[in-house]
Design a protein. Structure first.
Ligand code: PMP
Length: 370
């Protein structure tokens, strides 16, 4: 009998770990694999963190987060989506990962099915499996990485618990338009299906960004500070949605995370002082630069947002085979199989200096031609 719970054997980290192990062997690689911004936490936020520590804001906070930050974020949500969340519909979490963990733990029972558009953020399928659910993949490759409403409807069974959306998407960068979201909402409404909408990249939008919550009432939105403020290690996010779900998440948080990190919560009060537009403009320019070069040799997914490009491996090669060739030339990208049931693509992250981007993109193009 194994001493480990069976749930631990339902998940594995082999795909992504293999890439990072390879990365360790490379000396000064052109690293286009990192899923985080390359800017540091803005000064105003750092100073607020120092001040919080120095003034003794180091203790547990209320489970659902400090009142000042809750009020600030609820106001920001109203500005962003027009929606006014009530107190019982809102919780501050340890990153979006924390929000996903709480939500799925609160919602999924053994045997429940969760519809996940493929390609997907790798954590989704593993968390669903960890909690005893079954991921059901909704293929988006032939729909330009959008969601076909009829296909969605065809996957719904009496066991379907929820639909997990991600826009802007990791790894594709795809943003779902209002029209697409409305079609998805119509299907979900008909089947009374909850949507969990991961919008962590919503500030990095180069086309119109609409929250699923704007078009569908039974949506749990997950958003956070990791990507927008370069604070991935600080662990801050939040969830807003139906009160029963948020209250169940709050109970789970009470006996697990306890609260999001106190210092980070106080520091985040300074986030509105930060002008984000230069950061967004910088990443938009990097996207243009990369897409401009790579589109000459690769078929690219729609680069609407986030900081990724999703490129099809050259004809006759799997994503993994192409990535092996790239790594042999010291360029690190991630094989699509890490994010998908298919192995036809690779993900490029463009949060690196422009000279590295150019160098990396040119090598990838050379490989495609050879
Ligand atoms: N969702 C997506 C789609 C992500 O790409 C990431 C980070 N890579 C997360 C959630 C987790 O973010 P956080 O740092 O807020 O836990």
């Amino acid at each position: 009998m194994s001493r480990l719970a069976a749930r631990t054997s339902r998940i594995d980290s082999s795909g992504i770990r293999k890439v990072f192990d390879l990365a360790k062997q490379l000396k000064d690689p052109i690293n286009l694999s990192i899923g985080q911004p390359d800017f540091d936490v803005p000064d105003a936020v750092k100073q607020a963190a120092h001040a919080a520590i120095d003034s003794g804001k180091n203790m547990y906070t209320p489970t659902q987060g400090i009142p000042e930050l809750r009020a600030q974020l609820i106001a920001e949500e109203k500005e962003f989506t027009g929606l006014e969340w009530a107190e019982e519909e809102f919780i501050i979490t340890s990153g979006v990962s924390g929000g996903l963990f709480l939500a799925l733990m609160a919602l999924i029972e053994e045997g429940d099915e969760v519809i996940i558009p493929d390609p997907y953020f790798v954590m989704y399928k593993h968390l669903v499996s960890l909690f005893g659910g079954t991921p059901v993949y909704l293929d988006t490759y032939d729909t330009n990485f959008g969601i076909d409403a009829d296909r969605l409807a065809s996957l719904i069974t009496p066991k379907t618990k929820l639909l997990l959306l991600n826009s802007p998407g990791n790894p594709t960068g795809r943003i779902f338009s209002r029209e697409e979201l409305e079609k998805i909402a119509a299907v979900c409404r008909k089947h009374q299906l909850l949507v969990v909408s991961d919008e962590i990249y919503r500030r990095f939008a180069y086309v119109e960004m609409v929250s699923m919550a704007e078009v569908y009432e039974d949506t749990l939105v997950l958003a956070g500070h990791s990507k927008a403020f370069g604070m991935t290690g600080w662990r801050l996010g939040y969830a807003c949605g139906p009160a029963d779900v948020v209250q169940a998440m709050t109970k789970v948080q009470q006996y697990s995370f306890v609260c999001a990190p106190a210092v980070t919560q106080f520091a985040a009060l300074a986030c509105p002082q930060v002008e984000l537009s230069p950061y967004i403009a910088d990443y938009r320019a990097k996207r243009d630069l990369m897409a401009g070069i790579l589109s000459q040799s690769f078929e690219l997914g729609p680069p609407d947002g986030a900081f990724y490009l999703w490129a099809k491996a050259p004809e006759g090669m799997t994503g993994t085979e192409f990535v092996e060739k790239a790594i042999a030339r010291n360029v690190l990208v991630i094989p699509g199989a890490v994010f998908s049931e298919r192995d036809t693509h690779f993900r490029v992250c463009y949060t690196v200096p422009d000279d590295k981007l150019r160098e990396g993109a040119n090598i990838l193009c050379e490989l495609a031609r050879s």
